[in-house]
Design a protein around this ligand. Structure first.
Ligand code: GLU
Ligand code: MG
Length: 445
């Protein structure tokens, strides 16, 4: 973990000219400022200027009309030296992720990254650490400038060896670039859609996992571009093919033990009572939570029944149609691999906010001992209305607007984010719904 003085020396010794100081706002877009490598000591000490209005900007650069922030007001970008990486895909360039502070150096109440940092600290006070990994799906596309628009790089079927071969060079170069940045990816495969790929990031502690995930996305896009391809993480880039999920895999640890694991229980897969309650909280808060995890109008074109993305508030052992899947653990490393997977999540989310929401929902389940009901072992779309009702299973909101209504009404989630942040978030997302015209919206963020 580089300290501030390590970063200053590294910029000098590696002749780094440009340092990208990055953050992610309510809109989910990675943005930032770039400073000269020889200015980095100044950036650490004083921060770099940033207009508060960024937290009222939508992904298409519209300032939310009812937003909290406007023409006046400044905060400071505070680079976190522990996230420093020279970028293998950009010459003499490095990057760091930043917290946003007030001019007095206090965490800014509207800063997503500090909010996750503070939430993680509150878990630590209870003796808990969250470990997370993201399962990221994306399409590799060729854009040859025709009116038909970008098309998939191949038409290989799900998990097909043929697909592995077509993009072998791109995948290899991406994994090498990730290795250079210390971001381990445990598994890769060609996914269901034509040209669709999946990377599974190794689990790491809360904030570090999210930081790594953001670097992973940038890396995939940069390496694809260097190979003449586009990488699309949009939730539903092709109308007739599988969507792109960004499933969040998560466990909670205390004193070196996974509190989601109970060797004595076999149902399902050794998930502990605490783990079950965490699932109960995720299901209870799912309608509002998806406003944070499936954060664009287009996200709701992905969250359709029977498309492996999840559309109903149920859980199950290895059930790919459930909002919460309990994946089967690895033989021989059951404790290490016991976890829950939250599926209705995609890359349009601000991952710091998505993880705060997921943790707050799950912790509410633990604190309130919320029973998730029986795990479901079928596709919920095959059950009739009365059976769904009898089991307390609901359809997820079918548009971002509906999810935002549920978020605004969810006292646990709004308290976890704090009033300024949640209000600014909702204003930005309402504006995004307006500018995309309807609840189904444009193909990307
Ligand atoms: N592509 C699916 C989604 O949109 C997920 C497929 C899988 O289960 O990995 O979430
Ligand atoms: Mg997948």
């Amino acid at each position: 973990m580089p300290s501030q003085s390590d970063v200053v020396s590294r910029c000098e010794s590696d002749d780094i000219r440009l340092v990208r100081l990055l953050y992610v706002g309510n809109d989910g877009v990675v943005r930032g400022h770039v400073v000269d490598g020889n200015r980095i000591a100044h950036s650490f000490e004083h921060g770099e200027n940033l207009a508060t209005v960024v937290q009222s900007l939508t992904a298409t650069d519209v300032v939310a009309p009812t937003g909290e922030f406007g023409a006046t007001g400044e905060v400071r970008l505070r680079p976190d030296s522990t996230t420093f990486r020279p970028l293998p895909y950009a010459d003499r360039t490095a990057a760091m992720l930043c917290d946003l502070s007030t001019l007095d150096g206090e965490p800014w109440v509207a800063d997503p990254r500090s909010t996750l940092g503070e939430y993680s600290d509150s878990l630590a006070k209870r003796g808990l650490t969250a470990r997370l990994g993201f399962e990221s799906e994306f399409y590799l596309l060729v854009d040859d400038g025709t009116d038909a628009g970008p098309r998939p790089v191949d038409d290989s079927p799900c998990y097909a060896a043929e697909g592995m071969q077509t993009v072998d060079d791109v995948i290899l170069a991406t994994l090498e670039a990730l290795d250079d940045q210390g971001i381990p990816v445990g598994a890769y495969h060609p996914e269901l859609g034509p040209g669709q790929q999946e990377f599974v990031q190794d689990h790491a502690a809360g904030l570090a996992a999210v930081d790594d995930h953001l670097f992973l996305r940038r890396t995939v896009q940069a390496v694809a571009r260097a190979h003449g391809l586009d990488a699309s993480f949009a939730p539903k880039p092709l109308p007739d093919a599988a969507g792109n999920g960004c499933h969040v895999h998560l466990s909670l640890w205390a004193d070196g033990r996974n509190v989601f694991f109970d060797a004595e229980r076999d149902s399902p897969y050794g998930l502990s009572e605490t783990g079950r309650y965490f699932v109960g909280g995720l299901l209870e808060h799912a309608p509002g939570l998806v406003a944070l995890t499936a954060a664009s109008p287009a996200s709701y074109r992905r969250l359709q029944p029977s498309s492996w993305a999840s559309a109903y508030t149920c859980w199950g052992a290895d059930n790919r149609e459930a909002v919460v899947r309990v994946p089967s653990a690895d033989r021989g490393r059951r404790e290490a691999s016991t976890r829950v997977e939250f599926k209705p999540s995609d890359h349009t989310a601000n991952p710091y906010l998505a993880v705060v929401g997921i943790l707050a929902a799950g912790m509410d389940g633990i604190d309130g001992e919320i029973d998730p009901g029986r795990p479901l072992d079928v596709d919920p779309a095959t059950l009739g209305e009365s059976e769904l009702r009898a089991r307390g299973i609901e359809r997820l909101p079918e548009s971002l607007d509906a999810a935002l209504d549920a978020l605004a009404a969810d006292e646990v989630l709004t308290a976890a984010l704090g009033e300024t942040l949640v209000e600014s978030y909702i204003a930005v997302k309402r504006a995004r719904c307006e500018t995309s015209g309807s609840g189904t919206g444009a193909p990307s963020v």
